[in-house]
Design a protein around this ligand. Structure first.
Ligand code: SF4
Length: 210
């Protein structure tokens, strides 16, 4: 994949969706942090359904702690792995209060030190809550980057590092949203919808359909 193709791919993705964002519903960095933590191995839709009830009642570390672990579970019990997610969120809330004045830190190390927060979650929060040009590689981005050959790699970290290198600067902040949405709705896992793909001619996937 050459630079000109990369630029053309993101130009088209931007034209189709000039202001992309996450499909998780949130209104503060803390709400986003909780939503992303809940979204591991769960759908955004399922998370939104739970947080629509949770956030009006508790959307700060102090309010979640006041709910307690069992109280929190009541709101998130429809989401996979809710027991461990509840435990992690409670521990993270304690750390946010003790170490960061109850605020979500704009700092990768501090974010990754929170229970249940890995590199991907930190990348989403840094990007979507704070506007930093990070690349949160999930299963969709991993697939699209490899199929198209924008940033082929065998590990998530390899793909992340390559994307950060090859995506032209002007697209960096929004690139991960475009790639996730493209993977979720067009370049789907089982049978990519190549016939409806706006980057068909630029994609280097050998098994393109249509
Ligand atoms: S052409 Fe097909 S394989 Fe390539 S990005 Fe589009 S949907 Fe995915």
């Amino acid at each position: 994949m050459n630079q000109q193709n990369d630029r053309e791919i993101f130009t088209r993705l931007r034209e189709a969706n000039p202001n992309p964002t996450t499909e998780l519903e949130y209104s503060t960095p803390f709400e986003l942090l909780v939503a992303v933590t809940l979204s591991a191995q769960a759908t955004d839709k399922g998370v939104n359904k739970a947080t629509a009830k949770l956030f009006p009642v508790a959307n700060t570390p102090a309010a979640i702690l006041a709910l307690g672990e069992d109280g929190l579970k009541e709101y998130i019990k429809t989401i996979g792995l809710f027991n461990s997610k509840a435990a992690n969120i409670i521990k993270a809330c304690k750390m946010l209060i003790e170490l960061h004045g109850g605020e979500v830190p704009r700092d990768r190390k501090a974010l990754e030190a929170l229970p249940g927060v890995g590199r991907k979650t930190a990348n989403v929060v840094l990007n979507t809550a704070f506007g930093e040009p990070t690349m949160a590689v999930d299963t969709h981005i991993f697939r699209v980057a490899n199929r198209t050959k924008i940033a082929p790699g065998t590990t998530v970290r390899q793909v992340e590092d390559k994307l950060l290198k090859v995506v032209p600067k002007e697209f960096l902040r929004d690139a991960h949203h475009w790639l996730i949405l493209h993977g979720r709705y067009v370049c789907v896992a089982r049978k990519p919808r190549c016939g409806a793909c706006i980057i068909y001619d630029l994609c280097e996937y050998k098994e393109k359909t249509a």
